[in-house]
Design a protein around this ligand. Structure first.
Ligand code: FAD
Length: 357
């Protein structure tokens, strides 16, 4: 919500970002590092959205959203994004097992998903030797589509679409059809039709509702460069980005649900944020307020520690730590979706859970 209008300037912010998930955190960090007076508003009582982790019973740690990430190798998209705000050397990505970053387990069959399209093809053919020819054709289409999607151009643009069609060639016609249509057309067995889309949890959409292009892009993302996990868990990403925001004079407010966004002539000029919880604390760089009318004049803040891409910024770590989940603070549920996370008191072999360790 960049505000170049008078109302935005009066409010004391150049930009107001709604939601402190990874999208909002990256946006706010870039805006703050670029010298914009930035306010990040979060409905929840902690920052991070799906990057946050929580602990239970002193023995389980649940990462709610980040299980593995693609494109985190040297020069990958995520390290490149982090480098823009000086974080590339402050977040370390650990590679998952390249021989099998995912494992699909049937009662009598295990298929490991390895890095590399050729390895992927080999593993599928080894697991389903009678369907080798059909697997080759389906994987050939997925690979062609996956390799034709250009990260740097939006596929929504006409130019982006034309470039995609040029690269994908014969495979283009499959791109927007449901994944199940592709698998049905090549008459894969029911078991193979269950195994091939099994990673659909990564994009949270069932195969009959997922365009082939989405599945192909997911495969390309992980098969080309492997799967990675940030050392310390997903929360490290939000913690580091929060440090950048605060170090550059930005403000983060939790328990601040944005209920209204005011627009003038098509541009956002302000809004209203509020929370149900009373204000208890005002911390340097971090304020919690039950209600904030963003159109009211506010005092511009001088940056506390201008961001230095060479890594010299001194972040207000304490302020950011206040906003991360910690022991004893139960996250307040927000009605976005429901997950069931289970911890088992007994060892896996006692629970008859199969699969590699
Ligand atoms: C179960 C699950 C597993 C996943 N696993 C992976 C994985 O392994 N690898 C991977 O790359 N991706 C994974 N993802 C996807 C990834 O976590 C998300 O795509 C990403 O975190 C979304 O970030 P976001 O900023 O868009 O949204 P969110 O993380 O949802 O953040 C949105 C934030 O906005 C806040 N908000 C919403 N409305 C308002 C409002 N009105 N006012 C103020 N604040 C508001 C919310 O409270 C929230 O904090 C997974 C997702 C899920 C659900």
């Amino acid at each position: 919500m960049p505000s170049s209008t008078r109302a935005g300037q009066d409010a004391g912010f150049d930009a107001i970002v709604v939601g402190a998930g990874i999208g909002g955190m990256v946006s706010a960090a870039y805006l703050a590092a670029a010298g914009k007076r930035t306010l990040l508003l979060e409905a929840y009582n902690v920052i991070g959205g799906y990057t946050h982790a929580f602990r239970r019973a002193g023995k389980w740690e649940f990462d709610v959203g980040v299980h593995y990430l693609g494109d985190c190798g040297p020069g990958g998209a995520i390290p490149t994004i982090l480098r823009g705000v000086g974080l590339d050397r402050k977040v370390e990505f650990l590679p998952l097992d390249p021989a099998g970053f995912d494992t699909i387990v049937f009662p009598d069959l295990t298929v490991r998903i390895p890095v590399g399209w050729d390895n992927y093809l080999d593993n599928l053919c080894a697991a389903f030797p009678a369907e080798r020819q059909r697997i080759r054709k389906v994987v050939g289409i997925l690979r062609r589509i996956g390799g034709s999607i250009d990260h740097s151009r939006t596929p929504a643009s006409l130019g982006g679409q034309a470039a995609f069609v040029r690269r994908a060639g014969f495979a283009t016609r499959w791109a927007m059809l449901p994944l199940t249509t592709l698998l049905d057309t090549y008459r894969l067995s029911p078991r193979l039709k269950a195994a091939m889309p099994a990673q659909y949890g990564t994009y949270a959409s069932p195969p009959h509702r997922t365009p082939v292009a989405v599945h192909a892009f997911m495969l390309q993302n992980f098969l080309s460069d492997g799967a990675w996990f940030p050392r310390g868990g997903g929360q490290v990403l939000s913690a580091r980005l929060g440090e950048v925001i605060v170090a550059n004079g930005g403000q983060i407010r939790t328990r601040s649900t944005v209920r209204r966004i005011r627009t003038e002539h098509g541009a956002a000029t302000g809004g209203r944020a509020g929370g149900r919880h009373p204000v208890r604390r005002t911390h340097r760089g971090v304020q919690r307020r039950p209600e904030a009318d963003l159109s009211r004049p506010g005092r511009p803040r001088a940056p506390q520690a201008p961001h230095d891409p060479a890594g010299g910024a001194v972040p207000d770590v304490a302020a950011v730590l206040q906003l991360l989940p910690r022991r004893g603070r139960r996250p307040r549920p927000v009605d976005t979706e429901h997950q069931l996370l289970l911890g088992a008191h007994r060892r896996r072999r006692h629970l008859a859970v199969q699969g590699p360790r």
